[in-house]
Design a protein around this ligand. Structure first.
Ligand SMILES: CC(C)(COP(=O)(O)OP(=O)(O)OC[C@H]1O[C@@H](n2cnc3c(N)ncnc32)[C@H](O)[C@@H]1OP(=O)(O)O)[C@@H](O)C(=O)NCCC(=O)NCCSC(=O)C[C@H](O)C(=O)O
Ligand SMILES: [Mg+2]
Length: 298
């Protein structure tokens, strides 16, 4: 069976040019952090942001949080220097913005390798342009270093000329294609940001929609949204209770020579047990991460 993925319920962007945010992130309950050199950073602050991010990573203190460093695109004036810095900065992954082809991924990978990136450095891709969405299947299999895809729903909505409606209907095709490409290649998939920071109910509804689509978690822009994302994207106690019951019932049935069993009137087969195990394992990983963060915060 595939290894249980790490929790990625909440992944917070922070502008690389904001030292306060880079420091505060060490104390936040986010599963992952995106140290951003791209759109959150003004052009005249790019060099300083790169220096701050490299220094923050060198200082460490981010515990078990997954660390993604979002670079500027290779075609921009900052892309090449970002990749040279990112190669050995100590992040878990480099997040490439506005990916539109497998070739673009391989160019970034070549630049990172030339700059001394270790084999362990993963690549993540932002899917946030119409061309990127149309080519997401080829992008998702561009490199063995690829670990995940991130929806960039703000850029995408801009390019599509679509509205940010509460039900996100205009984005459903892109969300579905990205999720399909991720799952077909064993990659993680993160949903896009919710821009209205005062819209708690809308944020939770968007989290539930993303979870129901199959996304592993949501990308966030403010710490106050972390708790809700962590809650919505974690398996619920009802799901865990059901999962444990069907794992036990199916094991009993198998011991008696049967491949299926009915629990509370519902047919349970091996595929349901596989999914139940995934949820139970994910809950265990969340428990470990939460405990480690609580320990570090003491
Ligand atoms: C939106 C913000 C500019 C608001 O910042 P601020 O006014 O400082 O908010 P608060 O006063 O409410 O902050 C309270 C404390 O929390 C810290 N804080 C705030 N935001 C973050 C953060 N993102 N990470 C870490 N810490 C944060 C503040 O420093 C305060 O701390 P303290 O001083 O101790 O009280 C700000 O939230 C922000 O800049 N958010 C990130 C914006 C961003 O990164 N945007 C780009 C990514 S989104 C994107 O590009 C998606 C994609 O590409 C697409 O196309 O869809
Ligand atoms: Mg974007």
């Amino acid at each position: 069976m595939a290894a249980t993925p790490r929790p990625r319920r909440s992944v917070l962007y922070m502008p690389g040019s904001n030292p306060r945010a880079l420091a505060k992130a060490r104390t936040l309950a986010a599963d992952g952090l995106i140290l951003d050199l791209e759109d959150a950073v003004a052009p005249d602050a790019k060099e300083e942001a790169r220096r701050l991010v490299v220094a923050a990573l060198a200082e460490g203190g981010y515990g078990g949080r997954e660390l993604l460093l979002r670079v500027n695109g290779l075609a921009t004036p900052w892309g090449q220097a970002d990749l040279v810095a990112a190669a050995t900065a100590g992040a878990d992954a480099v997040l490439i913005p506005k990916v539109e082809s497998a070739d673009m991924v391989r160019q970034v990978e070549a630049a990172l390798v030339a700059a001394g990136a270790p084999d362990s450095l993963a690549l993540w891709c932002m899917i946030e342009t119409p061309r990127g969405v149309l080519r997401v299947a080829e992008i998702a299999e561009a490199s063995p270093r690829l670990a995940g895809l991130v929806m960039g729903t703000s850029d995408l909505a801009k390019d599509l000329h679509c509205a940010h409606t509460p039900d996100r209907q205009p984005l459903v095709t892109a969300l579905g294609l990205t999720l399909l490409a991720a799952r077909a290649n064993g990659l993680a998939a993160l949903d896009g940001v919710h821009l209205d920071l005062d819209d708690e109910l809308g944020f939770e509804a968007a989290c539930r929609q993303g979870r129901d689509f199959g996304f592993d978690g949501k990308t966030l822009i403010h710490p106050k949204t972390i708790a809700a994302a962590n809650r919505v994207f974690a398996p619920s106690s009802l799901e865990l209770d059901w999962s444990r019951r069907i794992i036990a019932a199916h094991a009993e049935a198998q011991a008696a020579g049967r491949g299926v069993v009915v629990v509370d009137g519902r047919l349970v087969e091996q595929l349901h047990v596989d999914n139940a195990r995934r949820l139970v394992d994910l809950a265990a990983r969340i428990g470990e991460l939460d405990a480690a963060q609580a320990e570090a915060g003491r």
